[in-house]
Design a protein around this ligand. Structure first.
Ligand code: GLC
Length: 489
């Protein structure tokens, strides 16, 4: 409890609304470590990932962490309150105190990571990114650096044999062949060395000038490195260290006008060279994603909730929520399987990966509606996955309703994205772009029948027999295989 901080934070409850984290302004720096380069190639083959935000906040069905940051004015007021939070509508100080106590009631007895992995696998995702610690600082792993953790005696779940949740999640997903990604928030709003009890906490940043208090900052850096050391040495093989909180970075001047915060003139240099070296000593070849920071430790870029218009000249991954929220909220507004599939295709055609997020609830279950969507996505992936996995971008990337991918053997896939009202493929389809090899068997994925085709100018004209025109497997997107349309690589 930090009374002074809370009281003043309440007064400052009128800062800018939370905005999406901008992409880094610094140039992408290509990786030179051959093990990391190899892992990045492998990761690009996976294409489709599963992300989960899960923490003590899931019990209340509210946004992860942000409600305790005075920037996020919405969560201070009654507009987003639910049965758990409304009694604090006029009592921000009480609200934050109660939020910080959430671990003392956290007992997710339905926690079943094998089930999560099964659902994620059925959907066709190949790697998982799990919140080991979000900005609120509550560790979902058995850290020795803090008592604000899932395995603390004050947390009812601590006596459960599966209490070390991060370990259980990583083990369960690894057992089903997934790549493993650890989401870790660099800022930690529970740490007295990040938000010191000596001063108010007006925004997401440290509430002290790190240049004037290098001792406090040094403790925080050491603490963070120690936690990263734990995660990378005690939780089995890890492929990705996904570091969130891009405002924690080495800069002489923090320009955070993007978040409506002017004048945080101090740097928050977390010693990324040291942190990455430590993590890679434990996990050779580890992909490090120092999100939105740019430079050597952001091995891939992570556009958030959006898809770039054009292919990007470096590895990248769109992270996106299946519902509207990263964490569980009751009755979230889930996207249709159709729109997820079409976005996945669009991302992959531009050379990216797609990381789809679902928040388990406070008992440890994935919401039934989300599971249903994931199964529908899986049905499409089982038929059409060969156009997605291990593919790379190929010109013209997209043309009208078509998106293109290619495999190393030179096969090109032209994937048709129908409008919502279009339940049938047209009888004749003009596929602009690269020509299949002479005499090649052009097929529609899901069916072996060779389709009649010919070239007409810059397009391949394909005839779709009646029996294939309303192929249910395609409904969200139809993929045509064009052998030999790209030079083999
Ligand atoms: C946004 C949210 C943050 C979440 C992240 C995931 O930055 O503010 O809470 O963890 O997206 O990409």
């Amino acid at each position: 409890m930090k009374p002074l901080r809370l009281a003043i934070a309440a007064l400052l409850c009128a800062a800018a609304p939370l905005s999406a984290q901008a992409e880094g302004k610094d140039p992408y720096v290509p990786e030179t470590d051959p093990l990391v380069v190899r892992k990045l190639e492998q990761w690009q083959d996976w294409k489709f990932g599963f992300m989960m935000h899960w923490g003590a906040y899931s019990q209340w069905g509210i946004v992860e962490s942000w409600s305790i940051c005075s920037e996020d004015v919405d969560w201070c007021g009654p507009s987003k309150s639910n049965e758990h939070t409304k009694r604090y509508a006029n009592d921000y100080v009480g609200y934050v105190k109660a939020y910080e106590q959430l671990p003392t009631t956290f007992n997710p007895v339905k926690f079943d990571p094998e089930r999560w992995a099964e659902v994620a696998k059925d959907a066709g995702t190949k790697y998982v990114v799990f919140t080991t610690k979000h900005h609120d600082g509550f560790a979902m792993f058995d850290t020795q650096q803090s008592d604000y953790k899932i395995t603390a005696a004050s947390v009812p779940f601590h006596s459960n044999p599966r209490a070390n949740v991060t370990k259980e999640v990583f083990d369960a997903f690894r057992a089903q062949g997934f790549g493993i990604g650890a989401y870790f928030s660099k800022p930690d709003w529970h740490s007295d060395d990040y938000w010191s009890p000596r001063w108010a906490t007006p925004n997401r940043h440290t509430n002290y000038d790190t240049r004037k208090h290098p001792d406090i900052w040094k403790r925080f850096v050491d603490y963070t490195h120690a936690q990263i050391g734990e995660i990378t040495s005690q939780y089995g093989p890890i492929d990705i260290l996904w570091l969130d909180g891009g405002w924690v970075r080495a800069r002489d001047t923090m320009d955070d006008t993007a978040h409506g915060i002017a004048g945080v003139p101090w740097t928050q240099d977390i010693d990324m060279p040291g942190l990455a070296a430590l993590a890679r000593k434990n996990q050779p070849g580890l992909i490090v994603v120092d999100r939105a920071v740019g430079g050597r430790y952001e091995n891939y870029r992570t556009p958030e909730q959006k898809i770039p218009d054009e292919p990007l000249p470096y590895p990248w991954e769109t992270c996106m929520t299946l519902g509207d929220s990263w964490s569980y909220v009751p009755n979230d507004n889930y996207k249709s399987a159709r729109s997820v599939v079409q976005m996945l295709v669009d991302v992959v055609a531009k050379g990216g990966n797609y990381l789809l997020n679902v928040g388990p609830d406070g008992n440890g279950e994935l919401p039934a509606e989300a599971v249903e969507r994931l199964h529908q996505i899986g049905r499409w992936m089982r038929v059409n996955g060969e156009a997605i996995y291990a593919s790379r971008a190929v010109a013209p990337y997209r043309d009208g309703k078509f998106r293109y991918t290619r495999l190393k053997d030179g096969t090109v896939y032209a994937i048709y994205l129908p409008d919502e009202t279009e339940s049938k493929l047209p009888k004749t389809l003009r596929i602009p772009g690269p020509a299949p090899a002479a005499g090649a068997q052009v097929t529609l994925l899901g069916n072996d029948a060779a389709l009649r085709w010919h070239r007409d100018g810059e397009a391949t004209v394909v005839e779709v027999p009646a029996a294939l025109r309303n192929s249910a497997a395609g409904a969200y997107a139809w993929a045509f295989r064009l052998p030999g349309a790209a030079a083999a690589q």
